[in-house]
Design a protein around this ligand. Sequence first.
Ligand code: GPU
Length: 839
Amino acid sequence: EKAKWPKETVQLWEQLSKKEANDLHTIQKSIVHHVTTTLARAAYNMDNFSAYQAVALSTRDRLISRWNETQGQLSKADPKRVYYLSLEFLLGRSMDNALLNMGLKGVYSQGVEQLGFNMEDVIESEVDAALGNGGLGRLAACYMDSLATLDYPAWGYGLRYNYGIFQQRIVDGYQTEYPDYWLNFDNPWELPRLDISIPIGFGGHVQTTQDEYGVTRHNWIPANSVQAIAYDVPIPGYGTENCNNIRLWRSKPTRVFDLTSFNEGNYEKSVEDATQAEKITSVLYPNDNTMAGKELRLKQQYFWTAASLYDIMRRFKKSMREWSDFPDQVAIQLNDTHPTLAIVELQRLLVDEEMLSWDDAWDIVTRTFAFTNHTVLPEAMEKWSVPMFEYLLPRHLQIIFDINLFFLQKVEKKFPNDRGLLNRMSIIEEAQPQQIRMAHLAVVGSHKVNGVAALHSDLIKKTIFHDFVDYYGEEKFVNKTNGITPRRWLHQANPQLSALITETLGNDRWLKELSQLRGLDKKVENAEFRKKWTAIKRLNKVRLAELIKTRCDVEVSPDALFDIQVKRIHEYKRQFMNILYVIHRYRTIKSMTAAQKASVQPRVVVFGGKAAPGYYIAKLVIKLINSVAAVVNQDPAVGDLLKVVFVPDYNVSVAEIIVPASDISQHISTAGTEASGTSNMKFVLNGGLIIGTMDGANIEILEEIGEDNIFIFGCLADEVEDLRHAQRYRNVPMDPALQGVISAIERGTFDDPKIYQPLISTLTVGKDFYLISADFASYIAANQQVDAAYKDQEEWAKKSIRCTANMGKFSSDRAVKEYADQIWNIKPISVVDEGYLQA
Ligand code: GPU
């Protein structure tokens, strides 16, 4: 079309599509323009939320310019891209992050203040985008930030849920769930692409025919279909023009299909079908580290992977390359097993629709995919029942059985006559009914499999994928230790500390090269610097104390030691052990004389996190925390020596307040159960010390910051099995301190003890699966070391500085570089700034 235009028309377009300038006046004009036109409001009729909307729209204009420029230039260059498939992107708020990454925060703040609003209030009017449960979804968000910042050509693919993770309220101490109405007010951070609409089939049957060469062809005839509509979320890099994309799919009814029912006079059925179609992307499943096995979840997974692959293949086809070049243009990373169907879908499309031979197709598939495993917990392993799967995806089931057959034939060749081995390695589990093991399928269909911290990557090789290591060899199984983005988790969440670091290092290069933080090490002995460092920590604690006052109506002193555990509530994470220790501490204080009390280190113990709605035991832990808080916080014998709070509705934006305010945080999973953990990295980066077990990334944090700056306790991963065995068969008695705590609960010190019986039962001798009793004594000792260390505030400040200084390794920039170099084989490509429109 454009080729037909006269030169002047083309020039006019080019001139007019240059970016607007970013001076104060232009920005203020754009904000006011959005107030008066897009929002149709007047200045005297504005609240913080409408101010937010206007600033967001103005920010969005600038984001979209960058997005357009980046995607246009990338289309021309057509480099190899990585596609990050994740059912969860836990982005949190976007405005502050976008302004900081684009370098516009200063000018926008000035503009907003002059217009009569407080920038912080405006920022806080934004609702979180909470399309994720916890670490896995937040990791995806951090990786998208790093990929954009490092100029990698990368797209994320996910689902646009109408409801993200539920809102948590505490009623009578119990968690109650409310819908997350995040789209109630228009979402300015997405670009609806209503023109991109892809049909996705479900159900039906497979037609088998012979083609003219006598080759058997399979043709899937779905019984019904829905449409996938694209919504694009721009992700700006920090200190670059580059702006990547997350494409989220929304399900819509297929028009043609509805009309058929409608014309047949079946109005009700057509409306029902439409509702069913919309339902696919209506809600995020609120499970973390567990598998629910619901049919709708399987529908979500197929809908999403099929739409994403269609999109990826359409983009590839534009380049007119051979299919054998596909893996040189496309890398697809599977974030856990949730997108494993993409392996089967690509094989199906290549064989059934593009007419490649099975072997050629399978070679392309396995060179394209790589798989990240995030857990070894058995209850989290995805399995789908064969009958349910067959009903929804009959052709995919045939392909899975074929993949499995060819795979097992090769295993049999390498290790003949080992039926046990074939049973263990099979993609199909011989149960009633048969089950598809998605992790096995993901391993077989990928060229690389990685864990998310060194210990975890070792563990998966020794446990769930042991046989696969024997078969494929060690090279296929690699480690990529997780990372976090320092832009959100230090620069944005802790602006004062960020400014002090920049001032001290003389530049802000650390924001792109986090190992530069090491330069802070030489300031450790500088008392003046320590004073500034500690003052900032105190301000952050004041900010958290205010949030606690508002949300929990509890007054806490910022001079106390802030002890924090925020993460999903799960037995393996042992929030239960933490609150049991709090009870122990409370009982100890109660037994003290006034003179003894004078030497107690005051503590504020903060909990936060959601439990899966169906996870009964985890919900009881929340109830116990709240009951203990109710008793302790009003006990005059304790006063300020101990306060306990449960911050409701923990999410990304609350984390941004909590993380910078911790003195100590708890990462206390039973060794071998937490694949990595990422909040541990966030706390230490912000100068918080941690108390933790030898688990996940704690081990690597210890290696980086040194054993003097971390409080480690508890058994090791390779002792866990022996300990479980011992307590089961050798009557190891319960730890006496723990016994005392349990008795106090059973006496009714904290609400009706009947409530807690199921919880206490998990500690029955021989059944304490997470080894709370075995670790309790060393946990108490570690907590005493924390108190003692905190007494020496100068030494504590030194530890705190050393923590931050040595966290360079845990930048998600390092992590994505490793993925890019060692798994995806992609290179950065920088976007050229095509300039601003002259004012
Ligand atoms: N993780 Br599986 C989740 O957040 N959700 C899940 O369903 C599964 C794993 C977490 C791990 O528990 C945590 O240790 C890890 O740091 C994180 O994924 C990112 O890898």
